[in-house]
Design a protein around this ligand. Structure first.
Ligand code: XMP
Length: 512
């Protein structure tokens, strides 16, 4: 395995993820990890991540200096390189020559680390400090216009450094450099497969939960389903899954979720809570989007807490709360300034704070595509694994303005047709998300020989990689026409269909 020591880097986790993509297991640990633990883990190599601080700051994050003497190859990235520099007696120049963004790397000598790179390569820099005057036995491999030691190596001491970020896509040969380190220098073997990951996770879950039981809220989405399936494999019938139907889910969704948990996966305890009445009652007359979100968030917690209390009473072994949190969720919640969280209050992550249970999050280290691979390994159907994201507040934020039963019925039917046609035409998998929304206005139309005065449905389909930005999907005209015709003919109460051609930003993906 390759161990990543995290010094508070923005991209630290990405390093481990890249290495895992190569088929080599990699784990991130805090930088103050003990030397005993490192010996126990016996990694083939260690990567020191970047970090937001300077090695000059009084309490800068550091590591046990003796790790350098373990004869395990060490690659320092950015702050990691500066730390190695400081340990071996180089000068680290502070703060004057900040570099950020794309730069050209001039490769003077390939060495082992930069093997296969051309004389000039595009890299991504993001740093304030620089290493200068390395001891003589260190080879300087490359530089940029403003950074003399952009990369170094010392094969005797097995120390390597790069001032730039190899783990981000803007460093075009980043993977090559990491592979040089992982395979060429550390001689790691490609023996890490999804099968091993699920086995390891299941083992860990068994240990973590012990003889206790777990209660878990499931939504039918990818993350919570895969997390529940892993827990199910680990502790069998000691997982209690709870699905709360807030009355704002899509047509057919309740049946699909039930079919998975009760029939296909044979969970012994699957609790379907129909709470639609209380949600819809509390939402009656509410038109403000933020108020809707808050009401739904709080009601969700109330209903879930009641169910937990009921089950805890019956099954005192319930000591854990299972969560489908994945790695990007944690980044977003740690950075409340991020666009999405600032604009709308998401309620998903506030749930455990009110519970006395210990949280167990089997997927907290993984990215979405890794979760999908895991799900495939666990034999979860594509139907679930390829499902578009669906927001916690559900259709409430897609019926603009006041929510009524009639509006929900119209929206459900229209949305069902849209998704059905996207699946039939194979555009579902090509889009990040697709949804129908109901506008709170009516317009005049003509059907047969009669005047109509009905609601307007707007369709939105977007492509995206992380939902932070999105582009409207360029669906074929014939497909849009078919969908529009079907909605108007099959859904009573609609006489006009629009297609949304707004990018994010400025438009968000959801309407409220
Ligand atoms: P926006 O509308 O902010 O949405 O562009 C970005 C992504 O987040 C989803 N979304 C939510 N997901 N709870 C969730 O779990 C929420 O409250 C919520 N609001 C928006 C949205 O569907 C899109 O994928």
């Amino acid at each position: 395995m390759i161990l990543v020591l995290n010094f508070g880097a923005q991209y630290g986790h990405l390093i481990a993820r890249r290495v895992r993509d190569f088929g080599v297991y990699s784990e991130v640990v805090p930088c103050d990890v003990s030397i005993q633990k490192i010996k126990r883990l016996n990694p083939a190599g260690i990567i020191l991540s970047g970090g937001p601080t300077s090695v000059y700051e009084p309490n800068h994050p550091t590591m046990d200096r003796k790790i350098l003497d373990l004869e395990i190859p060490i690659l320092g990235i950015c702050y990691g390189q500066q730390l190695i520099g400081k340990f071996v007696g180089a000068n680290v120049l502070g703060g004057k020559l900040k570099e950020y963004g794309k730069r050209i790397l001039n490769v003077k000598k390939q060495g082992k680390l930069l093997k296969g790179l051309f004389k000039r390569e595009q890299i991504w820099m993001s740093h304030g400090d620089l290493v200068e005057n390395l001891p003589k036995d260190f080879d300087i491999l490359a530089s940029t216009d403003s950074c003399r030691v952009a990369s170094f190596e010392n094969n005797n001491k097995k120390l390597y450094g790069i001032q730039f970020h190899a783990e981000v896509v803007h460093t075009l040969k980043g993977n090559q450099i990491l592979k040089n380190f992982v395979f060429g220098i550390c001689k790691a073997k490609k023996d890490w497969h999804i099968k091993d990951i699920s086995k390891k996770l299941i083992q860990e879950l068994k240990k973590e939960v012990g003889k206790n039981s777990v209660i878990m809220g499931v939504s039918g989405g990818v993350d919570s389903t895969v997390a529940a399936a892993l827990l199910h494999k680990a502790i069998g019938e000691r997982i209690y899954c709870v699905f709360i139907d807030h009355g704002l889910i899509r047509k057919g969704e309740a049946e699909e979720v039930r079919a998975f948990f009760e029939k296909k996966s044979k969970f012994k305890h699957f609790h379907f809570v129909d709470a639609s009445k209380i949600f819809l009652k509390r939402l009656k007359g509410v038109t403000d989007p933020e108020q809707k979100r808050k009401i739904i968030g709080h009601t969700f917690i109330d209903v879930f807490e009641d169910k937990v209390a009921e089950l805890e009473k019956k099954h005192p072994a319930i000591k854990f709360l299972g969560q489908g949190t994945i790695y990007p969720d944690r980044i977003e919640s740690a950075q409340p300034s991020k666009h999405a969280s600032k604009i709308k209050s998401h309620h998903n992550l506030t749930l455990p704070e009110k519970m006395k249970l210990k949280v167990v999050e089997p997927l907290k280290e993984f990215y979405k595509d890794e979760v999908r691979k895991l799900g495939k390994e666990l034999k979860i159907s594509d139907e679930i694994l390829k499902r578009h994201p669906f927001p916690g507040p559900g259709l409430a934020i897609r019926v603009l303005g006041e929510i009524t039963d009639e509006k929900l019925r119209i929206l459900r039917e229209a949305d069902y047709i849209f998704i059905q046609e996207l699946k039939k035409s194979k555009f579902y998998d090509k889009t990040w998300q697709a949804l129908a929304a109901l506008l709170p206005v009516k317009s005049v139309g003509v059907m047969g020989d009669n005047r109509t005065y009905e609601y307007i449905i707007t369709l939105r389909a977007v492509t995206s990689i992380d939902a932070m930005t999105a582009d409207w999907a360029k669906l074929p005209n014939e497909l849009l026409e078919r969908i529009s015709n079907r909605i108007i003919n099959e859904v009573s109460g609609v006489n006009r269909v629009l297609y949304d051609v707004t990018q994010k930003p400025p438009g968000t993906i959801e309407y409220e």
